[in-house]
Design a protein around this ligand. Structure first.
Ligand code: PLP
Length: 427
C-alpha cells in the first residue's frame, strides 16, 4: 500500500476551525484545575471551560477515580434490554436533583443528541395518541441547539447552517426573549392560541441563549413562556445543555424561574465535563404515551454508547461532588467577583451591555460589527491566546464561562485582558 503523504497540518479536520486561517493547532498535554498545559509547558487559563463542559475543575480527582474504578468492572454493554449500576445510580440521582414532573431519564452522548431525543419524544407523544398532526416545533430566534441536521433546523439561521438549509425542516420561530421579551411572549401566545392543534412543542434555552450571543432574559419571562405553553397543551422543552450544572447560578436555569419543563436536555457538565454523556428527562405522561404492548409505539432511538458505564460513573461522581463539596458557595463567590468587574466594565467607554448571570459574564466591544463571522472575533481570539487565556468570542461578544475552581487572581487576569482588548480594538 502506498504511504500517504501527510499534510503539513496533519490529517485531523478540527471542529469549527477554518484550517485556511488556522493551520496550526495548540497541542495540549495535560490539564488541571482551570489550566491547560501545552507541549512546551505554557500554562493557559481556560476561561471558557473548554467549550462550556468543565464545571468543577479539569481532572477533578473524585471523577477520575470513579472512572478508573469503573473501568476495572464494566467497560461497555448494550443498553437495549440490559442495565448496569452506574446508569441506575446516575438516573436515581438525576431524579433527586430535578423537580417532580421529570420522572424518566433517557441517556445519550452529546447535547445535540439530547435535543434530538427531546424532539423525537415530543413528536412520539402526540403521534402515539393519534394526534400526529401536532408535529410543528416552535423555537426561538437567536437559538442554538447543536450541529446535527435536526438541531440545526431548530437553531437560528446563520453561517453555521446556511449550506445545509435545503435539508433543514420547517419550524416556526418566536422572537428572542433576550432581544425583545414582550414580542416573544406576544408571538408565542398568538401561535399557541391559533395553531396549537398543529404544534408539538416549544424548545428554549432557558435564561441564556448561549451561542446566539450570550443573550440573557429574566426568569419571569421564562415562567410566562412556560405558562402559555401549559395553557395550550404545547410541550415545553428546556435545552439546559449550556445553562445546566450551575452556570446560571442555581443547579438548572429552570430552577431560577421555578418551572418544570415537560422535557429537559442535559449534557456538557453532567459528567463534570470529563466524558461525553447526555440525559433527556421527561414527564411520566410522555413515557406513558410510548408504553404499550404495541411494538410500533416503542421509542426508537439509540446510539452505540448509550449510557456508557464509564460516563455514567463519571456522572455519579459529579453528582457526589455537588452533594459533598461547597459548589454553591464557589458559584456565589465567582458571581460576586463577576458583579464587581462587570460594574467596572459598565463604566468603561470601550464596552457595551456588560452583564452577568451566575458564573457567566459577557460584554460587547463598542463599535465592532456583530455576528459570529465579524472580523473582530478571530482578532480577539488571537489577542487572548497571546496572553495565554483561552477565550472564543462570539464576534464582538466577549464572554467568560470558567470552571468554578478559577482563582480570583486568574479571573482578574482575564478581566484585565478584556479591558486591554477594549483599549486595543474598540472604536
Ligand atoms: N444545546 C445548547 C444550548 C448548546 O449550547 C449546545 C452546544 O454548545 C448544544 C445543544 C449541543 O451540544 P453538543 O455540542 O454537546 O452536541
Amino acid at each position: 500500500m502506498a504511504t500517504k503523504k501527510l499534510k503539513k497540518s496533519g490529517p485531523i479536520w478540527h471542529p469549527f476551525t477554518q484550517h485556511g486561517l488556522y493551520p496550526e493547532m495548540t497541542k495540549i498535554t495535560h490539564a488541571t484545575g482551570a489550566y491547560l498545559y501545552t507541549e512546551d509547558g505554557t500554562r493557559i487559563i481556560d476561561a471558557i471551560a473548554s467549550w462550556w463542559v468543565i464545571t468543577h475543575a479539569h481532572g477533578h480527582p473524585h471523577i477520575r477515580a470513579a472512572i478508573q474504578t469503573q473501568s476495572e468492572h464494566l467497560d461497555q454493554v448494550i443498553f437495549g434490554g440490559f442495565t448496569h449500576e452506574p446508569a441506575e445510580r446516575a438516573a436515581q440521582m438525576l431524579l433527586e436533583i430535578t423537580s417532580d414532573g421529570l420522572d424518566y431519564v433517557f441517556f445519550s452522548d452529546s447535547g445535540s443528541t439530547a435535543v434530538e431525543v427531546a424532539v423525537k419524544m415530543a413528536l412520539g407523544f402526540w403521534h402515539n395518541q393519534g394526534a400526529a398532526k401536532r408535529n410543528k416545533i416552535l423555537a426561538l430566534e437567536e437559538g442554538y441547539h447543536g450541529d446535527t441536521i435536526g438541531t440545526m433546523s431548530l437553531g437560528a439561521p446563520s453561517a453555521f447552517n446556511a449550506p445545509y438549509d435545503p435539508l433543514l425542516f420547517d419550524i416556526d420561530r418566536i422572537p428572542s426573549p433576550g432581544v425583545d421579551p414582550q414580542a416573544c411572549l406576544d408571538m408565542l401566545e398568538e401561535k399557541c392560541r391559533h395553531e396549537a392543534s398543529d404544534i408539538a412543542a416549544l424548545i428554549v434555552e432557558p435564561l441564556v441563549q448561549g451561542a446566539g450571543g450570550m443573550l440573557f432574559y429574566e426568569p419571569k419571562i421564562l415562567r410566562q413562556m412556560r405558562e402559555i405553553c401549559a395553557l395550550h397543551d404545547v410541550l415545553f422543552i428546556a435545552d439546559e445543555v449550556m445553562t445546566g450544572w450551575g452556570r446560571t447560578g442555581k443547579m438548572f436555569a429552570c430552577d431560577e424561574a421555578d418551572i418544570v419543563p415537560d422535557i429537559a436536555c442535559y449534557a456538557k457538565g453532567l459528567t463534570g465535563g470529563f466524558l461525553p454523556l447526555a440525559a433527556t428527562m421527561c414527564s411520566e405522561e410522555i413515557f406513558n404515551a410510548h408504553l404499550s404492548k404495541d411494538r410500533a409505539k416503542t421509542f426508537f432511538h439509540s446510539s452505540s454508547f448509550t449510557a456508557n458505564p464509564l460516563a455514567c460513573a463519571a456522572a455519579v461522581a459529579n453528582l457526589e461532588i455537588w452533594e459533598h463539596e461547597p459548589v454553591a458557595n464557589r458559584i456565589a463567590s465567582l458571581n460576586a467577583q463577576h458583579q464587581q468587574r462587570i460594574e467596572k466594565l459598565q463604566q468603561n467607554p470601550n464596552f457595551e451591555n456588560a452583564r452577568t448571570k451566575g458564573t457567566i459574564a459577557a460584554v460587547e466591544l463598542k463599535g465592532a460589527k456583530t455576528g459570529y463571522l465579524a472580523e473582530i472575533g478571530p482578532k480577539l481570539y488571537d489577542f487572548f491566546q497571546e496572553k495565554n487565556i483561552l477565550m472564543r468570542p462570539l464576534g464582538a461578544t466577549i464572554y467568560i464561562l470558567p470552571p468554578y475552581c478559577i482563582s480570583p487572581d486568574d479571573l482578574d487576569t482575564v478581566y484585565d485582558a478584556i479591558e486591554e482588548a477594549g483599549e486595543e480594538f474598540a472604536k
